[in-house]
Write a protein that binds this ligand. Structure first.
Ligand SMILES: Nc1ncnc2c1ncn2[C@@H]1O[C@H](COP(=O)(O)OP(=O)(O)O)[C@@H](O)[C@H]1O
Ligand SMILES: [Mg+2]
Length: 262
């Protein structure tokens, strides 16, 4: 079974999808088998950013019980596999979000992937407990107090679910005076910042061309920062944490019922 990493945030719009896509492609380029799954069920856009919209079966169909998750895996750029979420309102309405945990577990069991990267919705939505199926979390924040304050709640909730925070990615760093300093963010979140991604308009341009930045502008500042993070993760610099790879079912149960594992 492959490993899994959920990319989460307190606020929306901080760069989760940008980080997810580029980190996934960068890891695939390092020779890993990587799958990205868009679990931002209400505001999905991975497929729009990777030119896979209208591909066919999507996570919405799987959650609606109309298809199997293995039918929803597509070839994406740079050797990446992609599970699109579906972007239609009808699809969203028929999706049963309570099935997400089971679907993720099935995907992790059956898909031949070294790493599943999950682009999560912002905040504490109901899906956070399902997303605790993932062993590790990356929190994306902007260097602003509101972004970090909201991220603190996501971190606390995920840890209550027995998940492990791999680290924090600070995105859209400008080094202006108004920016929170990296040390301040680390102190507030009681966690390590493991990547600092600058404000870089190349990210926006790549998004508008619907191409991953690390493929079209690998030497842009943002692409270099995310590629370095991919290399560090691939080198296993950050974990997984000790004793952290227990059975995911017991993890989920202990999360749902507040039991501590023995
Ligand atoms: N480092 C960055 N520099 C400049 N623009 C960025 C950066 N990261 C993200 N953006 C832009 O911010 C917007 C929101 O990013 P997105 O990845 O969709 O956030 P989220 O998934 O958290 O909602 C997009 O328009 C994206 O192009
Ligand atoms: Mg997003």
């Amino acid at each position: 079974m492959g490993e899994s990493l959920v990319i989460a945030s307190g606020k929306g719009g901080v760069g989760k999808t940008s980080v997810s896509i580029n980190l996934a492609v960068a890891l695939a380029q390092l020779g890993k088998k990587v799958t990205i799954l868009d679990a931002d069920i209400e505001m999905a856009n991975v497929e729009l950013r990777l030119r896979l919209d209208g591909a066919g079966v999507s996570l919405h169909d799987v959650l609606a019980g109309k298809a199997n998750i293995m039918e929803a895996i597509y070839d994406g750029p740079g050797g990446l596999k992609v599970v699109p979420c579906g972007t239609s309102l009808e699809g969203l309405r028929s999706a049963d979000q309570s099935r997400l945990g089971d679907v993720l577990r099935e995907l992790l069991e059956k898909a031949e992937t070294d790493l599943l990267i999950i682009d999560a919705p912002a905040g504490l939505g109901a899906s956070l407990s399902a997303l605790a199926v993932a062993q590790e979390m990356l929190l994306v924040v902007n260097p602003e107090i509101a972004s970090v304050a909201d991220a603190m709640k996501v971190k606390a909730t995920y840890e209550e679910l027995d998940g492990h925070l791999l680290g924090v990615v600070v995105n859209r760093v400008t080094y202006d005076e108004e920016d929170l300093k990296i040390e301040e963010i680390e102190a507030l979140l009681e966690a390590d910042v493991i990547a600092v991604v600058p404000e870089d308009r190349e990210i926006k341009k790549a998004a508008s061309y619907r191409e991953p930045l690390v493929l079209v502008k690998p030497y842009s500042d943002a692409a270099k920062a995310i590629t370095k993070l991919a290399r560090d993760i691939s080198d296993n610099k950050y974990g997984p944490a000790e004793g952290h790879k227990e059975d995911i079912v017991s993890r989920l149960l202990s999360g749902l019922f507040g039991r501590k594992k023995g």
